[in-house]
Design a protein around this ligand. Structure first.
Ligand code: NAD
Length: 416
């Protein structure tokens, strides 16, 4: 038990384990949390109160979360010392306890780490970034019908131009690489170029699309759209699409119909209970998300498209302040705020805790405590509808009552 140096394992909790690829969740599961930097502590304090109140309400004391603090970012520096932005035991604890939730983290400037979030994703192979995007009545939105947006985006998290294989213009590495490619493959890359590599594998694409289809099946969703730029990048983005269709047919034949099959075999009429697998080119998808959002449901896409699309979709329903997210591997998952640390509001009890609270809703669904998730989501809906909101929403809503982070959380608890 004295395995960790600084992490205190809650004595009253039990580990969430995995059996045959499925989570086994005890009545008092240990869940790891990182409170986050900047506004993170304010947001975490408020969110934890909401989570504990909802669990208590749902299970009458029979179940509860045993929270285990783990450290990353600025707090890790104060607990572990200089340069320890992401201590090994933090990563180890998440791997061992399977489920974690976190606030936003400062990106260290200089020093070896590009981003703590990216490091966590890579170290734990959290290959799917999952972002549900839907509208809550009353949230200020630039759309005429924001209620038509209800998608869950699965973004591949480990490959693509984000895999960090980049060579700076003018270096020996890039010069060698350019010479080799130009000569060997008769290409004409300019000598003064910087070069980035875009690997997209069958393995990476298939496991991502598989996760998206499994989600669609488990949650009675209607379609999975593969978003790619395969008309131009045929062997990376185009291959992603092909591999996506392949895994859909190989592993989910009885559950799915492709768009081609829909017209060839079913005269365009969707057979009852099946999930439609379709694909869209990324640029067209941005238009579709504005013009015909109700036609899209679960979306699976490579890393770069997914990065752009998830923020653009979040803006359609009121922005990142309340957009939740998760980074998931086969069984390990980190639920997280999608916004940054908003440092100018740190310690002011001011910002919107909605993103962490809704990430918590995802977390409760993930561990099978759907009742808790529903309680929180409904109470949040009611609170926003009653126009009791934090400053970011209040300034855009007519007749709103502006409240602090902690007051907003208290209001959610009252509305449960
Ligand atoms: P940011 O998200 O912190 O801020 C962007 C804007 O949104 C600011 O105006 C901010 O005040 C506002 N905002 C953010 N969260 C809010 C909330 N909960 N309620 C109301 N308003 C909110 O982005 P940034 O300024 O680019 O980054 C600040 C720091 O956060 C940087 O160190 C950055 O690297 C880091 N960051 C971390 C994450 C993460 O941990 N997931 C994500 C993005 C940025």
């Amino acid at each position: 038990m004295a395995k960790f140096k600084k992490i205190v394992i809650p004595a009253n909790g039990e580990k969430i384990t995995v059996s045959e690829g499925k989570l086994v969740v005890p009545d008092k599961p240990i869940i790891a949390f990182i409170e986050g930097d900047g506004t993170g502590p304010d947001i975490w304090k408020a969110s934890k109160k909401v989570f504990d109140a909802a669990v208590k309400k749902a299970f009458n004391g029979k179940k509860e979360i045993a929270w285990m603090e783990i450290y990353a970012g600025e707090k890790a520096l104060s607990v572990y010392g200089k340069n320890k932005w992401l201590p090994d035991e933090t990563v180890e604890a998440i791997r061992e306890y399977n489920v974690a939730i976190k606030g936003p983290l400062t990106t260290p400037i200089g020093g070896g780490i590009r981003s703590l979030n990216v490091a966590l994703r890579q170290l734990l192979d959290l290959y799917a970034c999952v972002r549900p995007v839907k509208y809550y009545t009353g949230v200020p939105s630039p759309m005429k019908r924001p209620q038509d947006v209800n998608i869950v985006l699965f973004r591949e998290n480990t490959e693509d131009v984000y895999s960090g294989i980049e060579f700076k213009s003018g270096t020996k590495e890039v010069s060698d690489l350019i010479k080799y490619i130009n000569k060997k493959y008769d290409k004409n890359i300019r000598k003064d170029s910087g070069v980035g590599i875009k690997p997209i594998s069958s393995f990476g694409s298939k496991r991502l699309v598989k996760k998206a289809i499994e989600y669609a099946i488990a949650n009675n969703r209607k379609s999975v759209t593969l978003v790619h730029k395969g008309n131009i990048m045929k062997f990376t983005e185009g291959a992603f699409k092909e591999w996506g269709y392949e895994i859909a047919k190989e592993e989910f034949r009885d559950f799915i119909v492709t768009e081609d099959e829909l017209y060839k075999s079913f005269k365009g009429k969707m057979p009852e209970g099946k999930i439609l697998i379709k694909d869209r080119i990324a640029d067209s998808m941005f238009q579709q998300m504005l013009l015909r959002p109700s036609e899209y449901d679960v979306v699976a896409t490579p890393n770069l498209n997914g990065d752009y699309l998830s923020d653009a979709a979040a803006a359609q329903v009121g922005g990142l302040g309340i957009a939740p997210g998760a980074n998931i591997s086969y069984t390990t998952a980190i639920f997280e705020a999608t916004h940054g640390t908003a440092p100018k509001y740190a310690g002011l009890d001011k910002v919107n805790p909605g993103s962490v609270i809704l990430s918590g809703v995802m977390m409760f669904e993930y561990i099978g405590w759907n009742k808790v998730g529903k309680l929180i989501e409904n109470a949040l809906k009611k609170t926003i509808k009653s126009k009791v909101v934090t400053y970011d929403f209040a300034r855009q809503m007519k007749g709103a009552k502006q409240v602090s982070t902690s007051r907003f959380a208290a209001e959610i608890i009252k509305n449960m």
